[in-house]
Design a protein around this ligand. Structure first.
Ligand code: DOR
Ligand code: ZN
Length: 367
């Protein structure tokens, strides 16, 4: 058996799904993403959501302003689809290179999605235009029908909405985001194996590590609550198999979603897991356990840019086999601890893997 490597040099990865938030939270969490990932698809579910080219340009400027000077990082902006977003505005933003994709939140499916799409029929003109200009559609794939069990919402979305949508718009480029079920993994794999290169899926670190028991160990654990909610162990295993398969239709998207502590420690805790600080170490643990470290670079650094038609990054990161214990909370940089919107100590977000020891560490990029 080959000896386990002591370090891994990887083409620098990108994060194809992240929540960077705004204001002090943006200043707090951005370095965690930017120190490792060269680019990231930035979710538009701010309050108010990013629904115009001007709003995306302004948000992009705020991100670049919050970026530490010694880090190279490119935020890739997305548009938040609503029932009445103008197809011309969307296509204009895409042609300008401001919008890289548009995000479909079914209305009320998740955090800040109240202004999302109430019915796919309301956005047929938008979807036709996206199909014509080859603009990717990023889908939060869950039905919002209250009669459907929370744990079945993703699988039913595929049957009720995704399959008909793909029949209506066969040329539309689609990413099914943060998949959580065997049904999704199978659906995407089969589409790929049948020669369809226009659909792919992102997979988060937390859905690779957790099954639904995590939310109930010793009490009600809102720190492990995210949307789509983590599922049974058989689904987690199917996701590991998909992520580590080497298939180009699966790629990295952390869905890192920080919330102030009081938002999680509540009788109605927010959905979202903040994993940006140790994301690559977290993925490496899964790939190593699956005996698939040789597929990590494809998943993290190659499949995403190829799907989006963007160049691969030229620089590298190094993962070294060195234990690190994960602290409980993010200690934000000074810039997030000052100002009118400063984050008080009590609100610093909890880290994914808090209290655990991870056996890989990302070496700081030397420039
Ligand atoms: O867990 C989640 N958190 N899922 C989402 O879809 C949204 C995100 C957030 O914005 O907090
Ligand atoms: Zn998300």
């Amino acid at each position: 058996m080959a000896e386990a490597p002591s370090s891994l040099v990887l083409r620098r990865p990108d994060d194809w799904h992240v929540h960077l938030r705004d204001g002090a939270m943006l200043r707090a969490v951005l370095p965690a993403t930017a120190r490792t990932f060269a680019r990231a698809i930035v979710m538009p579910n701010l309050r108010p959501p990013v629904t115009s080219v001007d709003a995306a340009l302004a948000y992009r400027s705020r991100i670049l302003e919050a970026l530490p000077e010694d880090i190279d990082f490119e935020p890739l902006m997305t548009a938040y689809l609503t029932d009445d977003l103008d197809p011309d505005e969307l296509a204009r933003g895409f042609a300008m290179g401001v919008f890289r994709a548009a995000k479909l939140y079914p209305a009320n499916a998740t955090t800040n999605s109240a202004a999302g799409v109430s019915d796919l029929s309301r956005i047929s003109a938008v979807l036709r235009r996206m199909e014509a200009v080859d603009m990717p559609l990023l889908i939060h794939g869950e039905v919002t029908d209250p009669d459907v069990d929370v744990f079945d919402r993703e699988a039913i979305f595929i049957e009720r909405h995704l399959k008909p949508l793909r029949q209506r718009h066969p040329r539309l480029r689609i990413v099914l985001e943060h998949i959580t079920t065997e049904e999704s993994a199978t659906y995407i794999t089969e589409a790929h194996l049948s020669g369809d290169e226009r659909i792919a899926a992102t997979i988060t670190p937390h859905h690779l590590h957790l099954n639904r028991n995590a939310m109930f160990i010793g009490g009600l654990r809102s720190d492990f609550y995210c949307l789509p909610v983590v599922k049974r162990e058989c689904h987690r295993r199917a996701l590991v198999a998909a992520a580590t398969s080497g298939l180009p239709c699966f790629f990295l998207g952390t869905d890192s979603a920080p919330h102030p502590r009081s938002g999680k420690e509540s009788s109605c805790g927010c959905a979202g897991i903040f994993n940006a600080l140790h994301a690559m170490e977290s993925y490496a643990a899964v790939f190593e356990q699956a005996g698939a470290l040789d597929h990590l670079e494809g998943f993290a650094s190659e499949h995403g840019p190829r799907f989006y038609g963007m160049p691969l990054n030229a620089d590298t990161i190094t993962l070294v086999r060195r234990d690190q214990s994960v602290p409980n909370r993010l200690i934000p940089p000074e810039s997030a601890r000052v100002g009118d919107d400063a984050i008080p100590d009590s609100e610093w977000p909890l880290l994914f893997h808090a209290g655990e020891t991870l056996s890989w560490s990302v070496e700081p990029t030397v420039r």
